[in-house]
Design a protein around this ligand. Sequence first.
Ligand SMILES: NC(=O)c1ccc[n+]([C@@H]2O[C@H](COP(=O)([O-])OP(=O)(O)OC[C@H]3O[C@@H](n4cnc5c(N)ncnc54)[C@H](O)[C@@H]3O)[C@@H](O)[C@H]2O)c1
Length: 255
Amino acid sequence: MNKKTAVITGAARGIGLASTKIFLQLGWQVAMVDRDTEELQRVADTLENVLAVDCDVSVPEQVASMVQKIASQAWQIDALINNAGVADFGPLQETDFQRWRRVMETNLDGVFLCSQACIPQLKKTRGSIVNIASISGLRASTLRVAYGTSKAAVIHLTKQQAAELGEFGIRVNCVSPGPVKTKLAMAVHTQEIIDAYHDAIPLNRYGQENEIANLIVFLCSAEASYITGQSIAADGGFESTGVGLPALRTVSESD
Ligand SMILES: NC(=O)c1ccc[n+]([C@@H]2O[C@H](COP(=O)([O-])OP(=O)(O)OC[C@H]3O[C@@H](n4cnc5c(N)ncnc54)[C@H](O)[C@@H]3O)[C@@H](O)[C@H]2O)c1
């Protein structure tokens, strides 16, 4: 029997790599898609049942070649994980059009393009798509005009895709991670931001790659067969809370 195939963008490291490893443990094969050619090859060489595909998800021609490369292996596509992302934190007035586009082209255009390109294959397998947004797409904050807006758009794009693709048996869901200490996050999280997240998260800590990846893999599984159009946060409770946690902690400490 053919192995199931997951196509994971941004798979060379971080959440994408953690998801790759869980799919492999469950007996799937994984097309690892990334534009960091060197890192992708280095990591793929250490794994079995993977296909490394060098591709920038924001470039339509490269996305078309990526799908062709997977098809040329006679691999079907059972799941697409639109995980590739970039972060750029800056004040609204310093975010020029070039910075705005750099974020949008990967975080939003990439999700649109990869999904579009994989739909014919997903129709054949009645597979699923998981888009990776962020808590920054759920709640606005400082410095995230481009990043937060791109991720909010991904949450809505998920619903649009679920609405149209349901009749083909394709489920589309979205995972919004809370902060995880990956290369992407550490490039933009100052100590001040790290402290603010600890204060605002009921579980009082950053998440780990696997804690996000487990949810991604679940949404692609048969156990999630009636779940579509949903956005689920794996965020230690960040989205569910408002003001008051730091004050509550001060009171608890003095008990
Ligand atoms: N780490 C966090 O705190 C956090 C929080 C919320 C959401 N997210 C989201 O999770 C996803 C994964 O992030 P991560 O933290 O694992 O980051 P990461 O930087 O560790 O990994 C991202 C990967 O995506 C690749 N990539 C970036 N742009 C690409 C493009 N145009 N084409 C192909 N590959 C590209 C990078 O080369 C890298 O390997 C992103 O969408 C990110 O926005 C992360």
